[in-house]
Ligand binder design. Structure first.
Ligand SMILES: *[C@@H]1O[C@H](CO)[C@@H](O)[C@H](O)[C@H]1NC(C)=O
Ligand SMILES: *[C@@H]1O[C@H](CO)[C@@H](O)[C@H](O)[C@H]1NC(C)=O
Ligand SMILES: *[C@@H]1O[C@H](CO)[C@@H](O)[C@H](O)[C@H]1NC(C)=O
Ligand SMILES: *[C@@H]1O[C@H](CO)[C@@H](O)[C@H](O)[C@H]1NC(C)=O
Ligand SMILES: *[C@@H]1O[C@H](CO)[C@@H](O)[C@H](O)[C@H]1NC(C)=O
Ligand SMILES: *[C@@H]1O[C@H](CO)[C@@H](O)[C@H](O)[C@H]1NC(C)=O
Length: 252
């Protein structure tokens, strides 16, 4: 053996050991392909067959829209299309299903029907988020907002405001709008369209991103290389690499 080989030998071992670790199987935590998205921990496939146990903390529903399998996630009473998941950076890219490119009622001038309510979801909006507020059935639009003519009915105005934290929301009182819906987009995607008042549908279709998943209850289990899940009979469980389960962590 050359001196160089001897020098490098420990590194080969470290690489081999970490590759083996990366390939660990977690028999209780299978992964699934759904459309273009791989569903794996900390997500789980709600249609995977088992209704008595799951591994992960957010369920994704994989269902056929007639053309392809569509991964969807539900929270706050609404459905979101899962465009992609970056497991390394812990980012999930979502699109309000109503305005998503896979929706069956696709429209270049979509009416957003609901705000995004994260509820108890263990995610946060990314720092690139920008909120858009749509105000429906108004008497007029304030000068800082734009009028969305393609959504208007019966002479009542629809206004779009790119929100920033400086806006005093009480300004809207004078316009007697019937409804406000706030939705979130990725700031830089607004540059895709020359005119937001006519191109907002394209920006909505790009969706928004949520980051930094993680639940406090799971810290100990994950720190011991376990994966958190749930079983009907026992409640919280920590699934270990070798297929065993624990009520706490995988240290023992
Ligand atoms: C990972 O494990 C699976 C099943 O145990 C095996 O088929 C596959 O070859 C392994 N991959 C690597 C890169 O070791
Ligand atoms: C998967 O990707 C292809 C090519 O980018 C795209 O045409 C298709 O709509 C995608 N499918 C889903 C379910 O997102
Ligand atoms: C998944 O979504 C489909 C269609 O929306 C629905 O029929 C099915 O019940 C859902 N499955 C689960 C487990 O929520
Ligand atoms: C992310 O959300 C959690 C609660 O879900 C909160 O405790 C935490 O402060 C948030 N982090 C950021 C950076 O906003
Ligand atoms: C956008 O609105 C949501 C609530 O719908 C809020 O949690 C979030 O902080 C807002 N984001 C920005 C950038 O103002
Ligand atoms: C929101 O307010 C914070 C501090 O109050 C400021 O640093 C930030 O630039 C503001 N953001 C916008 C979009 O105005």
């Amino acid at each position: 053996m050359s001196p160089l080989t001897i020098l490098l030998l420990p590194f080969f071992f470290i690489i081999a050991i970490s590759a083996q670790y990366k390939n660990s199987t977690y028999p209780n935590c299978p992964s699934y392909d759904c459309g273009n998205v791989t569903i794996r921990y900390p997500f789980w496939n709600t249609d995977s067959g088992s209704t008595t146990q799951f591994c992960g903390y957010e369920g994704i529903n994989c269902s056929d829209n007639g053309k392809q399998n569509i991964p969807k996630i539900s929270f706050g009473g609404d459905s979101y299309y899962v465009q992609s998941i970056d497991y390394e950076l812990e980012i999930v890219f979502l699109v309000d299903y109503d305005v998503s490119p896979v929706s069956t009622v696709r429209d270049s001038c979509p009416r957003v029907r609901h705000s995004i309510n994260l509820g108890t979801l263990p995610f946060n909006f990314s720092v690139f988020s920008v909120n858009l507020s749509f105000h429906f059935d108004c008497n007029g639009c304030p000068s800082f907002a734009m009028e969305i003519t393609c959504l208007e009915q019966n002479d009542r105005k629809v206004c779009l405001d790119v929100m920033n934290n400086g806006t005093d929301e009480s300004v809207w009182d004078a316009y007697l709008c019937d409804q406000e819906v706030v939705t979130t987009v990725i700031g830089e995607k607004m540059r895709l369209v020359p005119n937001l008042a006519t191109g907002f549908g394209r920006v909505l279709e790009e969706g928004f991103e949520l980051r930094s998943w993680g639940v406090d209850d799971c810290d100990g289990c994950e720190a011991s290389d376990g994966r958190c899940g749930y079983r009907d009979s026992t409640g919280f469980v920590c699934f270990c690499m070798d297929g065993t389960t624990s009520k706490g962590d995988c240290k023992d």
